[in-house]
Design a protein around this ligand. Structure first.
Ligand SMILES: *Cc1c(COP(=O)(O)O)cnc(C)c1O
Length: 399
């Protein structure tokens, strides 16, 4: 850090004048108009735009049903509820993910069980899952890391053998496919997030897709206080005003304002992914010849949504740790990030008793990962700046 600072003082100016974030939304006039239309209409929430958005997402991924939520975390909470997760149940998930993937299990009193990752894909390792199954295991919650689908056939086979529900955290993977099938129509339930850094945005938002009617009904009830008005589900009939609260749900509704934005964005999803893919290919072409860097790979049977471009530093070739490289890139105004801090490293999880050493591959990989900026609103010049900055920093710290 000090060394690099000296370099900046003696030579130089940062590669970029303006900070480049690692991800951000891409909005156009059509998106803005779609929101304005809702604001000028009759419904701000629980109106036709929500249903329209759900139908568009279901059709896009090829699922029968979709239930939209206020955000992806609420959607995961709903999926765990629909799967029947309760006190004492174990759910196997990845440690290399955002805390929400495991938090949703805790919300219902369940226990997250972390299975180590495959160092090639950075996705949960199916062999590790199988070893952790106990009579208390109820579900598997895999995460499509960086937009690369997990090995769904193998995970599904394990789930069927042990009668487990598969809840796929596809927050990174809208538009990705596995063996030519779109993500969202394969697992029992699949979650997508519409946070501004994700493939498409609704400001905040999330959705569950499923083919099973029972899950669909439970998700809809859970989203709105556990209340139903469906005549065939009511236990009593008092009159036209009557509804029933049958389970403890939440107010996890998405607004029509958000849903309209999501629908408008969905039309551009495939072109967004194309740009991401093109930029990722440029990164890989540039960095794959450098021994200090290992580039991410797309396994042959999948098509990634390229949500994140996560490089691994080969620290043996560098005189410093990841921290120095990271700080130097920030000085160059490149908005690098780390995806992710292993979930059980967080103090809350440590206090629950998860020990260091639990998932050795994850912990080792955590030492060397850096996420480079990758998003469709990035320009070719932005991409060049990232490349120039990373080359400069690696050159400087190279052994
Ligand atoms: C973004 C994200 C979520 C949560 O989505 P929100 O919409 O922000 O609540 C969950 N899991 C992963 C892996 C994510 O990246």
């Amino acid at each position: 850090m000090e060394l690099y600072k000296d370099l900046a003082i003696h030579g130089g100016i940062p590669v970029r004048e303006k900070y480049l974030p690692y991800g951000r939304q891409w909005l156009d006039e059509e998106d803005i108009q779609s929101v304005v239309n809702v604001l000028q209409g009759d419904y701000l929430t629980t109106g036709p735009a929500v249903e329209g958005f759900e139908q568009s997402i279901a059709a896009y991924v090829g699922a029968k049903y979709a239930v939209a939520f206020a955000n992806g975390t609420a959607a995961l909470h709903g999926a765990c509820f629909a799967a029947g997760i309760k006190q004492g149940d174990e759910v196997i998930t990845s440690p290399l993910t955002f805390a929400a993937s495991a938090n949703c299990i805790l919300y219902l009193g369940g226990t997250p069980v972390f299975a180590d990752i495959d160092p090639l894909t950075l996705n949960i390792d199916p062999a590790a899952i199988e070893k952790l199954i106990t009579p208390r295991t109820k579900a598997i919650l895999p995460v499509d890391f960086a937009g690369n689908p997990v090995d769904l056939d193998t995970i599904q086979a394990i789930a069927r053998k042990h009668h487990l529900v598969v809840i796929e955290d596809a927050a990174h993977a809208l538009g990705a496919s596995y063996k030519n099938r779109k993500i969202g129509a394969i697992s029992d339930m699949t979650m997508f997030s519409f946070h501004p850094v994700k493939s498409i945005t609704s400001g905040e938002g999330g959705i569950i897709t499923t083919d099973q009617e029972e899950y669909y009904r439970k998700l809809k009830q859970f989203r709105t206080h556990g209340i139903t008005r469906e005549a065939d589900q009511l236990r009593e009939q008092h009159g036209p005003w009557y509804y029933e609260m049958q389970t403890l749900g939440y107010n996890y509704r998405i607004t029509d304002i958000q849903a309209a934005l999501g629908s408008s964005q969905l039309k551009k999803l495939d072109s967004f992914i194309q740009i991401r893919r093109c930029y990722a290919e440029t990164y890989t072409r540039t960095f794959q010849t450098m021994p200090e860097i290992t580039c991410p790979q797309e396994p042959p049977s999948v098509s990634s949504a390229w949500h994140l471009y996560v490089i691994r530093l080969n620290l043996d070739y560098l005189g410093v740790e990841r921290k120095e490289i990271f700080e130097a890139l920030i000085q160059e105004n490149i908005g690098v990030n780390v995806h992710y801090i292993p979930v059980y490293y967080h103090p809350y999880y440590r206090e629950l008793g998860y020990p260091t050493g639990l998932c050795p591959q994850t912990e080792k990989i955590y030492q060397g990962i850096i996420t480079l900026p990758l998003f469709p609103a990035m320009t070719e010049q932005d991409l060049e700046d990232v490349i120039r900055a990373l080359k400069k920093v690696i050159h400087y710290y190279r052994r």
